[in-house]
Design a protein around this ligand. Structure first.
Ligand SMILES: [Zn+2]
Length: 317
């Protein structure tokens, strides 16, 4: 059974596995999922056991993953009767269960979630009462939910992307699931736009197979395989990532590891981004600097809203 969320003992808060990944790679945060304990998100169930009754994580730290990250029961994990996380039975999808993100957040929040560490990270907090009636009422974090239902919002871009990628063979679901970003509400299917159709609408999540990644002095350039057609002419599409932006990024190490592996990769890679829409620009030709040619291009402004990953399921889509 996959968990959509788990209670983090060190943060005294419920996190998705994508929150956990984000925190693990964040060099400004002391968080380390290996040193934390993740417990059942059901308050009543959690209160019934001591904090040693923990869950395990899958793909919490792997920078480049293919299979859907999640929390799961250990063989020893116990739940109270009636806890919805107690079930060990496989769903109708059988083994495919693990390979699909079933928790579709209905909103992708553009500002990063803040985690307040309000208990010290020492061994003594094991005795913190896990009384559900004492669920903090002073909390102002609006994305925080005190019940055990699926969290409805995420600020980690990888989460909606994983929903799309792992469910690409289930168009009906993607067309049924709503997604809100900023003021714009659509379905997952409508929000994710193949790069070659970027002229259809602005402000979407664009994605496409990467043709090449060029490592320049002050930037990386990601070239997409597909071209955009305008007035019956094909134009290349690319996005630029400034190295200054990467240097100042709180997940710099993980990002560099990812992009450097991607530069040399022989495998099919895909790029997803949100926040900018490539526009037609005239750039000087290398061979003949007096000539210019047109290319659809954009500068990525927020690295939190860009992902480079393998996505075998997208082949042919
Ligand atoms: Zn439980």
């Amino acid at each position: 059974m996959k968990f959509d969320t788990a209670y983090s003992l060190s943060l005294d808060d419920k996190l998705s596995i994508y929150d956990v990944r984000d925190l693990n790679f964040d060099e400004t945060s002391p968080f380390d999922s290996d040193k934390d304990s993740f417990l059942c998100p059901n308050d009543e169930c959690r209160a019934a056991f001591d904090p040693g009754n923990a869950l395990s994580t899958f793909n919490a730290k792997n920078v480049n993953y293919q299979r859907t990250p999640h929390f799961k029961n250990k063989a020893s994990t116990q739940h109270i009767d009636g806890c919805r996380y107690a079930s060990t039975h496989k769903t109708a999808t059988g083994e495919g269960d693990d390979q699909r993100e079933e928790n579709f957040p209905s909103e992708f929040v553009l500002t990063r979630r803040q985690y307040e560490r309000n208990t010290p990270v020492v061994g003594t907090q094991v005795s913190v009462p896990l009384d559900p009636t004492k669920v903090p009422s002073t909390r102002t974090n609006s994305s925080h939910s005190t019940n055990d239902t699926t969290p409805d919002k995420t600020s980690v871009f990888a989460h909606p992307v994983e929903c799309y990628v792992s469910n690409i063979d289930d168009k009906d679901t993607l067309k049924a699931m709503p997604l809100k970003i900023g003021e714009h509400t659509a379905t997952y299917w409508a929000f994710f736009k193949k790069i070659e159709y970027l002229q259809d609408n602005k402000g979407l999540i664009y994605w496409g197979k990467i043709k090449a990644i060029k490592d320049y002095t002050s930037s990386f350039r990601i070239d997409f395989e597909k071209k955009v057609w305008l007035d019956k002419k094909p134009y290349s599409v690319n996005v630029y990532l400034s190295k200054k932006l990467i240097e100042n990024y709180r997940k710099r190490k993980a990002f560099l590891e990812q992009i450097k592996a991607a530069v040399d990769s022989e495998r099919a890679l895909y790029c997803f981004f949100y926040g900018v829409t490539p526009e037609l620009k005239q750039v000087p030709s290398k061979k003949n600097p007096e000539q210019t040619f047109g290319v659809f291009s954009a500068n990525i402004e927020n690295l939190d809203h860009l992902i480079i990953r393998e996505a075998p399921g997208l082949q042919g889509h």
